[in-house]
Design a protein around this ligand. Sequence first.
Ligand code: JFZ
Length: 423
Amino acid sequence: MDKAAWFLQAKYGAIIHWGLYAIPGGYWQGVRAPHGGEWIMKNHPGGIPLEEYKKLMEQFDPKAFDAEEYVRFLRDCGFRYLVYTAKHHDGFAMYDSAACDYNIMHTPYGKDTVLSLSRACEKYGLTFCLYYSQLQDWADPNGFGNDWDFDASKKDFRQYFDEKCKPQLKELLTNYGRIGLVWFDTPYEMPEEMCRELADYVRSFQPDCLINGRIGYGLGDYRQMGDRGVPLKAYHKPWEVPMTLNDTWGYRSDDERWKSPAQVIRLLAEIAGKGGNLLLNIGPDGEGNMPAAGCDVLKQVGQWLKKNGESIYATDPVPDFPYRLDTDFGCFTYSKARRRLYMHILRYPDVPPHQICVVGLKSRVGRAYLLETGEEVMCWQTYETARDEHRLRVRLPYGKAPDALDTVVAIELLDEKIETQEL
Ligand code: JFZ
């Protein structure tokens, strides 16, 4: 079986950014650092000296963190895999690392969170995956990025690579069971040979472990899009879109700009329809609490998925339609195996007749029904000879949207192969 099969079916993953940066939460000695909370060490004016930043270790004792509770919650919200920051750019390892002392075991908390989360994922059936910052390491004199503590001209990246990066990856790939994928980040100017060496190294321990596109030079097993970067057309190789749930990856005490459940569902449906995965982030605070407002959004998406998951999980890319879907109702997802097209109605037609017309589907359709309730909806096809248009009309239940977030109509296809009209 293709090693990316689980990934292609999963469609919805969670990423947790958690580290020492969660304690200051975007403010250092009363000064607000801009952008993501996880970048505070570098983005604080002049950079926070390593010796100062390290003192956060003494405060790291997250009483509210419970790996099982986290993962059970994520499973209930519909996530199929979890990516966890084993080491972010600040260089601090969130696990028991023999390769480098700068790790979670030397905090009052003193427990390995990669271990507890990997076990919880095993228990609740999520694929466990790791984020690892391979190039940037602001705690290592030879790592990339810290030029306020260390003289950039004296850096020997090879030394960091051989003495920290590789040994830590070996630990992560040998001590925690199966790792679904390694999520590398910010390859910047890392030379291609070293990226290749790193990819080979990962595969030498776990040949089935996927590597994301941010290994660089197209050496990954899947394409990593930018934050909320959705391609215009279906893309037929594995890909993933990362997204923050508010405006930061690591916790920020001042960030309340949460996306709405409707926004998340719209993106999830659009991405699934084009063949990709959505990787949604949440950043717990220094005490280990996941922000409550963010959790509410995740729960609502999860409730929608409980009823409509069939239209998302294990779906295939929809063939490109020749027109922009003219009524702007939303988008389609599609399952080849189930021979169903799913119409995601994100904007319910609010005036009677509550009808949607789509141009360009050639395949013959059978029955159509609301996925949540099974209620049949009327649908019919016509071919407009003079205009050379295949039209599909769907007549929706009268009144307001059966699901205010996204009403899904499942449309059964009679032909084995789905076909759209060439224009
Ligand atoms: C990187 C990190 O620097 C950041 O802290 C976070 O971990 C995020 C997931 O990844 O930031 C990026 C890198 C690339 C893009 C966006 C954010 N991009 O290509 O759009």
